[in-house]
Design a protein around this ligand. Structure first.
Ligand SMILES: C[S@@+](CC[C@H](N)C(=O)[O-])C[C@H]1O[C@@H](n2cnc3c(N)ncnc32)[C@H](O)[C@@H]1O
Length: 294
């Protein structure tokens, strides 16, 4: 058994591996060989910060209380994000998804959209979605737009609630959007209340498949890459069941569901793939074609 010494702390390979397994079991996040160095360094730093002398003390603490577990998790999350991270995604959302939903739902009373940003990090993604809606639907205020933005990270959600951004994070926001949807605040530019009130931030662990109600669109970008193949499959299946017929799923650029047994239609637009849940009629037609009865 090899032992790592970091100042006063000792952390064995076995302890590290137990911590790794516990994290995967509770959050689905996997620290494979490619992230081994990052993982062990962060755990050691956490040990020092918390004043634990041995890995076993940390293990006991995180098994005992959710608070200690959450603190460790916060130091291990990868929360990189920016506004309009993939311009192609927001273009597809604006030019394809919103007009389609607008037409389909126009006669509904009340007129509403429900969108879920799953793994929203510090809020740039759901705010980009809200800004796109406000800029696209000329009478967005006449719609009841509800964006649920969830993440496992409490610190990230606190930043999202504060809604103050600066630097690289807002590098892709246009001058016009900055003037319309942001106002100067201490430390940067703060999203205006009109956009903020479209979003509800909630702490949620995707591993627990909590029921969130039916959604028209789900954004789950750059989250599944950290999960095992099996957990990814389960979550994509969960997203399918949560989506309304005709609803859309957006994943990150390197996340594909091509090998999964779900019945999404894959639509390639510019440099992105969007996944659409067929309507009941479309699904029935597809089945007839498959069975050769069309
Ligand atoms: C790289 S960020 C992606 C942010 C944003 N979606 C984007 O693409 O810019 C991944 C986010 O997933 C969150 N996350 C990881 N595992 C999670 C889980 N089990 N439940 C909920 N959120 C999770 C992390 O806290 C992090 O904020």
């Amino acid at each position: 058994m090899s032992e790592r010494q970091g100042g006063q702390v000792s952390l064995t390979e076995h302890e590290l591996s137990e911590i790794r397994m516990l994290i995967e079991e509770r959050t689905s996040i996997r620290f494979d060989e490619s992230r081994e160095r990052f993982f062990s360094t962060r755990v050691q730093q956490h040990l020092v910060r918390k004043g634990h002398a041995r890995g076993i003390d940390l293990l006991r603490a995180i098994k005992k209380t959710n608070h200690d577990f959450q603190e460790l998790i916060e130091s291990l999350l990868t929360q990189e994000t920016t506004f309009f991270r993939y311009p192609g995604v927001f273009e597809a959302f604006e030019k394809r998804v919103l007009p389609e939903l607008h037409t389909r739902k126009f006669w509904q009373n009340p007129r509403s959209f429900r969108i879920w940003s799953a793994g929203c990090s510090t809020g740039e993604e759901p705010y980009s979605v809200a800004i796109t809606i406000a800029d696209t639907l000329s009478f967005a205020d006449a719609w009841n737009v509800e964006i649920l933005a969830t993440d496992i990270g409490r610190n990230a959600l606190a930043i999202a609630e504060r809604a103050v951004y600066s630097g690289r994070s807002i590098g892709s926001v246009s001058d016009k959007q900055l003037a319309t949807h942001f106002q100067p605040a201490e430390g940067g530019q703060q999203i205006r209340p009109r956009i903020r009130k479209m979003i509800n931030f909630v702490q949620m662990n995707l591993t627990n498949s909590v029921y969130v109600g039916k959604m028209d669109v789900i954004f789950c970008m750059n989250v599944l890459i950290y999960f095992s193949e099996e957990r990814r499959r389960e979550l994509v299946q969960h997203f399918y069941s949560v989506l309304e017929p005709g609803g859309y799923l957006f994943l990150g650029h390197s996340e594909s569901i091509s090998k999964m047994p779900v019945k999404f239609q894959a639509i390639v637009l510019n440099d992105c793939i969007l996944y659409r849940k067929p309507t009941a009629e479309e699904a029935q037609k597809a089945e007839l074609v498959t069975e050769g009865r069309a």
